[in-house]
Write a protein that binds this ligand. Structure first.
Ligand code: C5P
Length: 309
């Protein structure tokens, strides 16, 4: 006979990856959002969401980590809103105490807030024993933010619509990256506004056949040739030092550098794991302690349950 678990004792832990955009094409605005054609890749930099049962139907959030002070612990936190949305839609009065161990930079262009929301949706669905399939969770995620469905899905995926309509992309092998994460975040709406000023009538966005071919090639140089982000000029207008950072790629031995999302994180693609070690050291020497550099690889899976002790 198995012993019944006291819900008050139950703990669910979920690990969620950051994303980078291998390509980001930005099109016209529809209902306040730009139509996108993007390729997301989930990389090995994670936030961990721990959910504990609370009896009183309340949601509380504690955030830990170097940048914890930059996020709110109330409804301004997308994780809080994720728990609230799930409770409302499933019609219960369950509570949850969330603890978020943050490694993904805040406002870094790597969908850290969306990752926390994705992790919270999965953690609460398990904690509250809800009968939801992955598709339903993704639909709820899309209501919270355009990048939330990808936080649940992970891997490498083509995103269209607002970036929330996903199709898995065929990739071969593992890509190695060095991330340069500038200390100060950039506001996504501000970068999109600057994009609109620079280009009021952008063409319909699409993912090129060359990019699709490069994704399924095992040669990192093929992928390097097609990395692209339409928000680069807008982000560099707001943060001119980003242009210098992107130009560093050949000097530090990387194949290519690309801005992730609306920035300011820059992802340097390297040939293999050994090259990543060299490029990491050279970037750290160039950039000093102001900019945190990390070696990561992708693709990795989306939000997944961790064993609890
Ligand atoms: O989806 P999320 O809430 O992260 O987006 C933040 C803001 O970024 C939006 O309110 C919008 O101003 C801008 N955005 C956009 N087009 C997209 C995604 C985001 O204009 N496809």
């Amino acid at each position: 006979m198995t012993e019944a678990v006291d819900p008050a004792e139950e703990v669910v832990r979920v690990r969620v990856p950051a994303k980078i955009n291998l390509a980001l094409r930005v099109g016209p605005v529809e209902d306040g959002y730009h139509r996108l054609a993007t390729v997301f890749q989930a990389v090995s930099l994670y936030d961990d969401v721990t959910a504990r049962w609370q009896r009183d139907g309340e949601t509380t959030v504690i955030t830990r980590g170097r940048e914890a002070h930059l996020v709110g612990n109330d409804h301004t936190n997308l994780a809080w809103r994720a728990a609230d949305l799930l409770r409302q839609r499933c019609g219960g009065d369950w509570g949850v105490a969330l603890t978020i161990d943050k490694s993904i930079p805040v406002a870094g262009g790597m969908a850290g807030g969306s990752a926390d929301a994705a992790g919270t949706l999965l953690a609460c669905a398990v904690l509250w024993d809800l009968d939801l399939d992955p598709g339903e969770l993704r639909e709820l995620g899309a209501e919270l933010g355009a990048d939330v469905p990808f936080g649940l899905a992970g891997g490498t995926a083509i995103g269209t619509g607002r970036g929330d309509v996903l199709a898995p992309a065929l990739t071969r092998g593992t890509s190695h990256w060095v991330l340069a994460m500038a200390g100060r975040g950039l506001s996504t709406p501000e970068v999109f506004r600057r994009f609109d000023e620079r280009q009021p009538e952008p063409p319909e966005p699409e993912v090129s056949p060359e990019l699709m071919a490069a994704l399924s090639s095992r040669r990192p140089a093929d992928l390097a040739a097609v990395l692209h982000n339409d928000l680069t000029d807008a982000a560099c207008d707001l943060r001119p030092e980003l242009a210098e950072l992107l130009d560093l790629a050949p000097r530090v031995g990387a194949l290519r550098a690309v801005l992730s999302g609306s920035g300011p994180t820059v992802a340097f693609l390297v040939a293999d794991e050994a090259a990543a070690v060299d490029v990491h050291l050279r970037l750290k020497a160039e950039l000093g302690s102001e900019v945190e550099c990390r070696r990561v690889h992708g693709p990795v899976p989306g939000a997944r349950l961790l064993q609890t002790p």
